[in-house]
Design a binder for this molecule. Structure first.
Ligand code: HEC
Length: 141
């Protein structure tokens, strides 16, 4: 009795090892967002940071094409379900909405090659980054 149980235990262990090995590097989970190849919020936020920095580069370089490309991605991120409904506080939803408006203003300004309007929209947008993060930290703590 005991040895066979031991054997079964060892076999289970081996199986676990084998399974563990074959699944040690699982593929990334399928994209769970609506329209973007960006996984949920954390990655979306990193992408926002990258794109927001690129917008600043485009503004300072006076490059409306780069501005439009990056602003369009920011606007798409603003539409992601995880971003729009991921957090339930009113302040979060409000800042998410303002962020979306600012991103859209940025796209429009880039298309019109109006760099002054773009700079304003960029300022609006970055205010929402800071305000939402401050709010979120308050909620979490
Ligand atoms: C409506 C709210 C909201 C707005 C607007 C917002 N964020 Fe965030 N951000 C969050 C929340 C919530 C987290 C925490 C997510 C987590 O840790 O799961 C976060 C996390 C981050 C992170 C950390 C990601 C990581 O590696 O953990 C970065 C970077 C970031 N945001 C950048 C930005 C930038 C840049 C903007 C503006 C262009 C912005 N965010 C606008 C809510 C917001």
């Amino acid at each position: 009795m005991f040895p066979s149980r031991l054997l079964a235990f060892a076999a289970a262990g081996l199986l676990a090892l084998f399974v563990g090995h074959s699944f040690a590097q699982p593929k990334k989970p399928p994209v769970a967002t609506d329209s973007l190849p960006v996984p949920p919020e954390k990655e979306a936020m990193k992408e926002k940071r990258t794109r927001a920095h690129a917008v600043l580069d485009a503004l300072t370089a006076g490059d409306p094409d780069a501005l439009r490309r990056n602003a369009e991605v920011l606007s798409l991120i603003a539409d992601m379900r995880v971003f729009v409904s991921g957090y339930k506080t009113e302040e979060y939803r409000y800042q998410a909405k303002v962020f979306k408006h600012a991103a859209d203003d940025l796209v429009a300004a880039a298309k019109a090659k109006n760099m002054d309007a773009a700079a304003l929209a960029y300022a609006d947008m970055t205010r929402t980054c800071v305000k939402c993060h401050t709010h979120f930290r308050g909620v979490k703590d």
